[in-house]
Design a protein around this ligand. Structure first.
Ligand code: NAP
Length: 483
């Protein structure tokens, strides 16, 4: 049974410009997290299928890398335009398989499409360098070349944007790709393939291999000598496994992993602006974002005002099927994610946290968890250490800057951080002291295709977007020249 919104979307593997079933006929079901009903069945690639995808990517590499940067850029630009044109249909598919509200899904599609536009512009600005060797008198000529076949593995929380953030720079650099999407949300990319084809992406340049056997197929592709880079977005736990496997063949890793963002509100902050920012940093994607504000540190002088305002904004959000008008909070992606959020809140409450709003897990169907605000959170609570990945704001207070910076940095993660203060000197000073790859200063959103996205510590290696994103897919070669 196929849901009407995904009727017409191909559900086979896309290898070498052809839709084909899995070689063993295997398929898996994709569910709507709002209804728990099956919406489609998708082919599940085997190891053999994935190696065929690597064959196709490898075969297409020379011609794709040999196109002029302008030609590659124009194909990416057309992909941007077509994706925007098809935006509403893609947004509905994202909502259907992921659960997020249509407003969030539309935002994701616009953000995802921007990676094609930005990288269309980057494709023609990949530069080299020429300099004089200080002692020998030779010239040092530095050139960047496409690294080769790229293996891309993406998560379910942004099924479109986490993929285009990799596909677009890889193609701009002249690489060809094999993508393994998350099993919970493969349909968005299935629907993107015809857009890439219509934009002019040749056969074999982009190959799509959804698979239920993710560990097995990704590891087989990593052992193939032709794969030269793995770009992974997902949990730190799986990132660690892939880093070990990548070591075997010295495959270059680009890792976008988990986060545990602190959201810091100083006593001089504009509280209304801080609450606006907190709502974005916490509730974009119902909290299912690696950049989601996970730990709120609010100065004791303003914590009551901030917590009350936050609770009233959270309580006003309409929860329901993300496809319905006016719904701001859809279901979480699956039962495990919902149960984890429920358990984290129960643990915090058992340690003394007070619930200002939410906290009651409704009965199904659908994996719903209500927007929840907790105060008096014990720093030893599990949700202070772990990613909540749900719509729960856990508020602690602080009085001294040094104490707060130490608490904010006491995490194995270092992806995003947020600071609200009207004193920009203090804001910049604290930003520098935070162990985070990205800081929002008086802003609740850091994601921008034109900025380098990524983390420090166990949040990852490398950057996506900005000028840095394309570098992950380039090899540096230096030629020592005499003339
Ligand atoms: P996940 O469980 O790590 O899965 C991510 C991808 O890896 C999926 O395609 C998954 O396939 C695949 N996978 C799972 N086990 C694997 C294995 N042993 N070998 C190879 N591939 C494997 O993460 P998730 O639950 O989808 O996503 C949530 C996590 O992603 C959070 O921790 C979040 O913070 C992080 N994230 C980080 C960023 C960032 O930019 N830093 C952005 C978004 C999300 P299956 O679905 O088939 O299992």
């Amino acid at each position: 049974m196929t849901h009407p919104l995904v009727e017409g979307v191909a559900t086979d593997l896309w290898i070498d410009g052809q839709w084909c079933p899995a070689s063993d006929g295997g398929r898996f079901d994709v569910d709507d997290p709002a209804t728990e009903q099956v919406i489609a069945s998708v082919a599940s690639a085997t190891v053999e299928d994935c190696i065929l995808a690597v064959d196709a990517a490898s075969k297409a590499l020379k011609a794709w890398a040999g196109l002029t940067p302008r030609a590659r850029g124009e194909i990416l630009r057309r992909a941007y335009e077509l994706m925007v044109q098809e935006g509403e249909k893609l947004a509905q598919i994202v909502t259907l398989e992921n659960g997020k509200s249509l407003a969030d899904a539309r935002g994701e599609i616009a953000y995802a499409a921007e990676f094609f536009r930005w990288n269309a512009e980057e494709a023609v600005r990949i530069s080299g360098q020429l300099s004089h060797a200080p002692s020998s008198g030779a010239r040092i000529l530095v050139n960047h070349k496409p690294i080769g076949v790229a293996l891309l593995v993406t998560p379910w929380n942004f099924p479109a944007a986490m993929a285009t953030r990799k596909i677009a720079p890889a193609l701009a650099a002249g690489c060809t790709v094999v993508i393994k999407p998350a099993s919970a949300t493969p349909l968005t990319l299935q629907a993107l393939i015809p857009i890439l084809t219509a934009a002019g992406v040749p056969a074999g340049v982009v190959n799509l291999v959804p698979s239920r056997a993710s560990g097995k197929v990704v590891s087989a592709m990593l052992m193939d000598d032709r794969v030269r880079v793995i770009s992974f977005t997902g949990s730190t736990e799986v990132g660690r496994v892939l880093l070990r496997q990548a070591a075997e063949k010295i495959v270059r890793p680009a890792m976008e992993l988990g986060g545990n963002a602190p959201f810091i509100v100083f006593e001089d902050a504009d509280i209304e602006a801080a609450v606006d920012g907190a709502m974005i940093a916490k509730m974009r994607n119902m909290g299912e974002a690696c950049t989601a504000a996970n730990r709120f540190y609010v100065h004791a002088a303003v914590s009551d005002a901030f917590s009350r305002a936050m609770a009233s904004r959270m309580a006003a959000l309409k929860m329901g099927n993300g496809l319905e008008d006016g719904v701001a909070v859809g279901p979480l992606v699956n039962a495990d994610t919902r149960d984890k959020v429920r358990d984290l809140v129960n643990d915090a409450v058992a340690r003394g946290a007070k619930i200002l709003t939410g906290g009651e897990c409704p009965n199904g169907p659908g994996f719903f968890y209500p927007p929840t605000v907790l105060t008096h959170v014990d720093p030893e609570s599990d949700l202070v250490r772990e990613e909540i990945f749900g719509p729960v704001a856990a508020i602690q207070t602080f009085t001294s800057e040094d104490e707060m910076v130490a608490l904010a940095n006491a995490s194995e993660y270092g992806l995003a951080s947020y600071i609200y203060t009207q004193d920009l000197t203090r804001g910049l000073r604290v930003a520098e002291r935070l162990e985070a790859g990205m800081v929002g200063l008086n802003r609740g959103l850091v994601s921008d295709p034109a900025a380098p996205f990524g983390g420090v510590k166990q949040s990852g290696l490398g950057r996506e977007g900005g000028h840095e994103g394309v570098l992950e897919f380039l090899e540096t070669q230096y030629v020592s020249v005499s003339w």
